[in-house]
Design a protein around this ligand. Structure first.
Ligand code: ZN
Ligand code: ZN
Ligand code: ZN
Length: 149
């Protein structure tokens, strides 16, 4: 198939637009979903949902992409934004049921999720994290499968 010269220029132009869109990306706290224009301004503020307690530590950068919905890495619950996700406590939190909040999975959505410790594959994070892991670092079946990125 021959690509018309004009079409090629269009693709190059489109790539440029995509790049500049990525440049105005926002930065979110992984504990509370607060949004800032730079990592510096994000991590200078104290976080009401910090794992050590309210305002016991600063906002921490969520290192994944912006998404239309966010999935908890421990239990697979899905919410439209990080603020709503992290408002809730997690039944499958590693510290114990409801001992900590949901945490956004930073990988992309995929057809299959693989456990980072043992390699077991499941169709979604909720199903993967329902099972205990024979190769968990805390000991056999001492913790749940955890999705790799
Ligand atoms: Zn925060
Ligand atoms: Zn959860
Ligand atoms: Zn596993």
């Amino acid at each position: 198939m021959k690509i018309h010269r004009g079409a090629m220029e269009g693709i190059v132009l489109l790539a440029g637009i995509v790049c500049s869109a990525a440049a105005v990306e926002h930065f979110y706290c992984r504990y509370c979903g607060v949004r800032r224009e730079s990592v510096q301004s994000l991590t200078s503020g104290f976080c009401l949902r910090h794992p050590d307690g309210p305002n016991r530590g600063r906002h921490a950068l969520y290192q994944g992409r912006e998404k239309s919905r966010y999935t908890c890495v421990f239990c697979g619950v899905k919410r439209a934004d990080i603020a709503t996700l992290t408002a809730g406590f997690c039944l499958r939190h590693p510290a114990g049921p409801n001992k900590g909040r949901h945490v956004p999975y930073r990988g992309d959505e995929k057809a299959q999720y693989t456990c980072v410790f043992c390699g077991v594959k499941r169709a979604d994070i909720a199903t993967l994290t329902a099972g205990f892991c024979l190769r968990h670092p805390a000991g056999p079946n001492k913790g749940r499968h955890e999705p790799a990125l």
